[in-house]
Design a protein around this ligand. Structure first.
Ligand code: PMP
Ligand code: GLN
Length: 412
């Protein structure tokens, strides 16, 4: 094995998808909707498949299908209030995954430090290591434990964050709305991060794949819109999350041309170009939404409305079952503290090292309900911080959420 891959293990996704295939539990694990996406999105793909334009079935522009980068440029130019060049400031990637990969590979050099906020979407750490970088972790921690806990109660310690920055720091990876906590970083929190980025001349890689999914009064703020942050921020989005088509695996990165060009280099030497029909369909989806961004019918407004109901339903049934949820301000995941149930289950037959792995595997086998163990989202030294929790996904049919509620009632 080359040095850059040493110590690598199958990810939690590979392990838990195999587990789900074996035990066929009600799956609230991996994040994806179990209902059909909006029909205009899939109809577009069907039309494209039958189109008499032969070019729609052939390679398209490597850095991104023109119709799609144009639609994205229109959308984000409006949102970030600056003109985004569709050809030089946007790259279309194979899911947000590849946008992360190209941004990290395109910027991180041997020995560069990258600050990662825990818990984190699990691929950040191995990607940084593959690039030769050194991950430096800082954990979000809940600052309260009684009463209702919201994702807003999970915070960074300012002094600890400040200490992590030094002249080897190349990049900080931010994820807002956050997976798995559901935290939507508030303006003051982003301003603190931005100030440190400016002070230490650090890049910000902002993973915003859940940008449309915010609830109640939470507001998604793009860190690239803060003063002097455009120049140092690469922002990432995902068609899978935006249009509920996670299997389409189209994502993008946008930012200043001098940074995006480095991602383009990685992309041209690995993926080269993403599927044309899918990019065309996503472009048509954005074109429609662009005509109704302010309307409640816009999918970016109607989906969070629907999800808020599911979030509240899940929070209630978890609470009733004795699991203590953190109410997410955004995204489609919920963390719940299961430690109070410890005396109702016997985990002694489970062989995993971490308690949350034991708990989630036991649940899959014995109760037919699957969640994700959050310690997968921490660096080795902090895995204990995730062990009392389980992550459930709530972008699921009401019928399935009700089944999950029924399964958990056994513990009443
Ligand atoms: N970042 C986060 C925080 C995610 O939850 C996901 C979902 N897998 C991704 C990136 C990757 O998105 P995609 O499916 O578009 O590759
Ligand atoms: N983002 C999704 C999740 O967190 C999917 C992860 C994946 O497929 N790797 O569950």
């Amino acid at each position: 094995l080359p040095k850059r891959l040493q110590g690598g293990k199958p990810s939690v996704w590979n392990e838990y998808i195999a587990l789900a295939m074996q035990y066929k539990p009600l799956n609230l694990g991996q994040g994806f909707p179990d209902e059909l996406p909006p029909s205009y999105v899939t109809d577009a793909l069907a039309d494209i498949a039958k189109s008499d334009n032969p070019m729609l079935q052939q390679y398209t522009r490597g850095y991104g299908h023109v119709r799609l980068v144009q639609a994205l440029s229109k959308l984000y130019s409006g949102l970030v209030k600056r003109e985004i060049n569709p050809l030089s400031e946007i790259l279309i990637t194979s899911g947000a995954y590849e946008a992360l990969y190209s941004a990290i590979m395109g910027h991180v050099d041997d020995g560069d430090e990258v600050i990662i906020i825990e818990p984190f979407f699990d691929c950040y750490e191995p990607m940084v290591k593959m690039a030769g970088g050194v991950p430096r972790f800082i954990a979000l921690k809940p600052n309260k434990s009684n009463g209702t806990v919201s994702s807003a109660d999970w915070v960074l310690d300012d002094a600890e964050l400040e200490q992590l920055f030094n002249n080897k720091t190349k990049m900080i990876i931010l994820n807002t709305p956050h997976n798995p906590i559901g935290k939507v970083f508030h303006r003051e929190e982003l301003e603190r991060i931005a100030a440190l980025c400016r002070k230490w001349n650090v890049l910000c890689l902002s993973d915003e794949v859940y940008e449309w999914l915010v609830y109640d009064d939470a507001k998604h703020i793009r860190i690239c819109t803060l003063p002097d942050m455009w120049e140092r921020t690469i922002t990432i989005g995902s068609a899978g999350k935006t249009f509920s088509v996670t299997g389409w695996k189209i994502g993008w990165a946008y930012g200043p041309a001098n940074l995006i060009t480095n991602l383009q280099l990685v992309h041209q030497n690995s993926v080269y170009t993403c599927p044309t029909p899918i990019q065309e369909a996503v472009a048509r989806g954005f074109e429609l939404e662009l005509t109704r961004l302010e309307s409640p019918d816009c999918y970016f407004n109607s989906l969070p409305q629907e999800l808020k109901v599911k979030r509240d339903f899940m929070a209630k049934f978890l609470q009733d079952a004795g699991l203590k949820p953190t109410i997410p301000e955004g995204g489609y995941f919920m963390l719940a503290d299961w430690s109070k149930l410890g005396n109702k289950i016997d985990l002694s037959s489970e062989v995993d090292q971490h308690l949350d792995y034991k708990f989630t595997k036991w649940m899959t086998r014995n109760m037919g309900l699957q969640g994700i163990p959050p310690s997968a989202f921490y660096g080795e030294a902090h895995k204990n911080l995730g062990e009392n929790f389980v992550r459930y996904c709530f972008i699921k049919k009401q019928e399935n959420l009700e089944k999950a509620a029924e399964l958990l009632k056994k513990w009443k």
